[in-house]
Design a protein around this ligand. Structure first.
Ligand code: TYM
Length: 329
C-alpha cells in the first residue's frame, strides 16, 4: 500500500486554510493509504516558543486532528519530536544539502526579509528536516497546500540525490497531493494573499459564531461591479473561493450571478458566508474542547502513534546507516 506523510506545525489553532489545504485530504486518505500524520514540533522551534506555549499548541493540534476525524486506528498520528530518528536522518541529509540552494528558497528569503534579527540555522535547514519527515517513512504522497510546493520540491531533490549518490533506488520520490488535483491556496479575509496563522487574517476551527460573523463582516471587498460581467477583483474573488469550500454550489452560483448582473450586495454575501462557515465549524468546535481536556485519551493516542511511527522510522534509519557505510563490526 502506498504511504502518505504530512504534518502541521503547532503554532496556534488550525484555520480553514489548514483544513482545506491539508486536513481535508488526510481524512479521505486515511481510508485508502498507509498514513502517517504528525505534529511538527521540531519545526516550530524556529520561532522560539516558550515551553508552555509549545506544549499547549501540540495538545491543541492533536485535539483538532482528532476532532476533525483523524482516526488513530486507521492512521499513525504522532508527535515529530517523539521520533529522534528524524533528527538523525536530518543530520545525514544535511551533508548533501547545499547552503546555496537552501538560501535560494522563497520561504527562507521571505523569513530573512520579515525577521532579519532571527535568521537561525534551523530556518536555513528547514527543508532538510521536512525532507527527513517525509522520506523516513518512504512516503509516496504528501497532502499539503500550495504554499508547501517548494519545500516538497526540495524533498524530491534530496531523496533523488541520496539515491544517486549511493547508486540505489532506495527512497521513493514523493509527490505533493490533493484530491482536487491542483494544490489549494485558501485566501485570508484581508483582501490578498493566503490565510495564515501569522497574518491575522484567518478563521479558526474553534472560533465562536459571534467571532466568525465579526471577522467575515470586516472582510475586505471593493466598491462593487460597475458594468455587467466585469472581472472580479482579488478581494471579492477571495470571498468566492471561501464560499466554494464551505457553501452549497447553488449559493456560490447565486452570488456570482448577482455579481455579473451588478446587483450584488456585499453585506448579503458576507452574511451568507459567515453562516456557512459557522455551520461548517459547528460539529468540530465542541469536540475540540472535549478532546483537548481528555488527558487519558490524548496520552493513549500519542503512545500508540509513537510506537507505530518509531517502528517505521527505525527501519529506515537502520537501512540508511548501512547504505552510507556505518556498519557494525
Ligand atoms: P503549516 O503548519 O504552515 O501548515 C500546515 C498545512 O496547512 C496548509 N496550509 C494551507 N493550505 C491552503 N491554504 C492556506 N491558506 C494554507 N495555510 C496552510 C499547508 O500547506 C500545510 O499543508 N512545513 C510545513 C509542516 C511540515 C510538513 C512536513 C508538511 C513539516 N514537515 C512534512 C508535510 C510533510 C508547514 O509549515 O505547514
Amino acid at each position: 500500500m502506498e504511504k502518505v506523510v504530512s504534518g502541521i506545525r503547532p503554532t496556534g489553532n488550525l484555520h480553514l486554510g489548514n483544513y482545506f489545504g491539508a486536513v481535508r485530504n488526510f481524512l479521505k486518505m486515511q481510508n485508502d493509504y498507509n498514513c502517517y500524520f504528525f505534529i511538527a514540533d521540531y519545526h516550530s522551534l524556529t520561532t522560539h516558543p516558550t515551553p508552555e506555549d509549545l506544549h499547549g499548541n501540540v495538545r491543541q493540534v492533536l485535539a483538532e486532528y482528532l476532532a476533525a476525524g483523524l482516526d488513530p486506528e486507521k492512521s499513525t498520528i504522532y508527535i515529530q519530536s517523539d521520533l529522534p530518528e528524524v533528527a538523525e536522518l536530518t543530520l545525514l541529509l544535511n551533508m548533501n544539502a547545499y547552503v546555496g540552494e537552501l538560501e535560494r528558497t522563497t520561504s527562507f528569503k521571505e523569513k530573512v526579509r520579515k525577521h532579519p534579527d532571527n535568521v537561525n540555522a534551523g530556518l536555513l535547514t528547514y527543508p532538510v528536516l521536512m525532507a527527513a519527515d517525509i522520506i523516513i517513512h518512504q512516503a509516496n504522497k504528501v497532502p499539503v497546500g500550495k504554499d508547501q510546493e517548494q519545500n516538497l520540491e526540495m524533498t524530491r531533490k534530496f531523496a533523488a540525490r541520496f539515491n544517486r549518490i549511493y547508486d540505489k533506488e532506495y527512497f521513493p520520490i514523493p509527490e505533493p497531493f490533493n484530491y482536487g488535483e491542483a494544490l489549494v491556496k485558501i485566501p485570508g479575509l484581508d483582501g490578498s494573499g493566503k490565510m495564515g496563522k501569522s497574518e491575522g487574517n484567518g478563521v479558526y476551527l474553534i472560533d465562536e459564531p459571534a467571532v466568525i460573523r465579526k471577522k467575515v463582516m470586516k472582510a475586505v471587498t471593493d466598491t462593487g461591479p460597475t458594468e455587467p460581467n466585469s472581472p472580479v477583483s482579488e478581494p471579492v474573488n477571495n470571498l468566492f473561493t471561501l464560499m466554494s469550500v464551505v457553501s452549497q454550489p447553488e449559493t456560490l452560483a447565486f452570488f456570482k450571478e448577482q455579481y455579473s448582473t451588478c446587483s450584488i450586495r456585499y453585506g448579503d454575501l458576507k452574511k451568507q458566508l459567515a453562516e456557512d462557515i459557522i455551520a461548517f465549524n459547528e460539529p468540530m468546535r465542541e469536540k475540540i474542547k472535549a478532546i483537548a481536556s481528555d488527558e487519558v485519551y490524548l496520552r493513549k493516542v500519542v503512545a500508540m502513534g509513537k510506537e507505530k511511527a518509531h517502528e517505521s522510522a527505525a527501519k529506515t534509519v537502520r537501512e540508511v546507516r548501512e547504505i552510507i557505510g556505518f556498519r557494525s563490526f
